[in-house]
Write a protein that binds this ligand. Sequence first.
Ligand code: G4P
Length: 538
Amino acid sequence: MTALVGEEAQLIVGEAARRRTFAIISHPDAGKTTLTEKFLLYAGAVAEAGAVKARGARRRATSDWMALEQERGISITSTALQFSYRDHVLNLLDTPGHRDFSEDTYRVLAAADAAVMVLDVAKGVEHQTLKLFEVCRARSLPVLTLLNKCDRPGRDPLELLDEIEEQIGLRPTPVTWPVGIPGDFRGVLDRQTGEFVRYGRTAHGARTAREERADPEVARLSEGPAFERALEEAALLEAVGANLDVGSFLAGESSPLFVGSALTNFGVRHLLDAVVNLVPPPSPRADSTGARRRLEEPFSGFVFKIQSNMDPAHRDHVAFVRVCSGRFERGMTVVHEPSSRPFATKYAASLFGAERETIDVAYPGDVIGLVNAGDLRIGDTLYAGERVAFPSIPSFSPELFARVRPRDTGRHKQFRRGVEQLEKEGVVQVLRDPAGDPDPVLAAVGRMQFEVFAHRLAEEFGAPVDLSPTAHTVARRTDEPTAAALRRTSASIRVLARRDGALLALFESRHWLARLEAEHPEWRLEPVLESGGRRAAP
Ligand code: G4P
């Protein structure tokens, strides 16, 4: 089947052009939830700030698995929010804020066209989340930056620019620049118009703030030396060429930077406008052969996240699908690419936090939640019309490993079912010994993935487990001949198989691995996908 023609094609292309699909990434506590809430407030999707949190609290109260999330005070699960703003449709994908879940973030970013990186002005680039930001950089995703919490004492903004560039490799290009020293924040200089935007707060930031703009002459009089200093710093930025540059932003090399305070609403509208003005709309996505599926071709999309038991009353699986082309209509039958089987989409939902609303149509850039999608896996393509397969989402190179076995051998069936399900969701990678040991080995990027795994197996599948960490710290992809040589080399090296058939060799030390690599250049030992984002050779 060829691309849809005429009005239908025009409609799809037009709807895609209105979409902006993005994610917010931040260190826990930098202000992601607050910013999300304020975006919704400014878009008119909620009447008063507080709604998202209230929904969150309700959700936590009703879900036992979320207990872990609550105990830890972190967000483990992702949500997709859709709202409209200035005649555009914004799809906001949430990401976990903890580095242990950076692989999850990576998968969400595979479905996003851009990211907003929120930094706490007092803290800058926090070591713990460097990994998350590197993930963004590795995908060459366009990134907008918000320096948040400017209402409070913070660090020197010029110093923060250097830090962003050095640590993440993104060149920040300030669009707004603070007026007043940290702790005595007066507002921002809008570098595009030269105007001063005065900082004003609303009661608890519950309602949208009025923006008061003044021309530079007025600002000079009212703000005195604070404004002069901002002008000097802006001249410095100009001199080093730190100016908004859309081309390098789209290439993921520079990052337009905004200064604000999500709590008091300051700068929120400016940033939201930048999302609409700068974030690219969905474009034709390359399939695994490199050919691009045009937006107006029949429906296609890929699964980037699977979540089960979101609602313990239902015990269901929801597969989140990013639409890449065409028009999705609930009830249509599509093809599940890996199995070539038809897949009925009777139960399609859009998700607002944890609350579901049935979705009837969706366009490129939108995210649909397919309920009861037990057979789908992360990375799977669904399509109508001509067959297409989008590239799979690569896994991270795990750094932590643990053998797992059911505590109660009578619960073996539940254990197997649980392991299979959590593997499908990508909670951990599961490795198996093709030759001997029947106990699987879990592989993870962060320790908390193990905790989530054990907690969920016990709570949702009734199969408490014992985990015994192994001494391995690094994995390499290998092949049968090398595997045989490795087994002869040392008993401490384990070669295990992943579900997709890939063989992973596990080593206890990087130094030793480096020595083996030097001594045996003929061995196949390839990085899986380093957390820094380097891809293995195909
Ligand atoms: P997160 O999702 O990134 O983890 O952060 P979240 O928005 O929950 O914000 C973490 C804390 O930082 C919250 O305070 C929030 O109110 C505060 N915060 C967010 N943005 C700003 C800002 O621009 N200025 C200031 N001063 N604070 C900000 P909390 O005390 O932990 O929670 P709450 O009692 O306010 O809800």
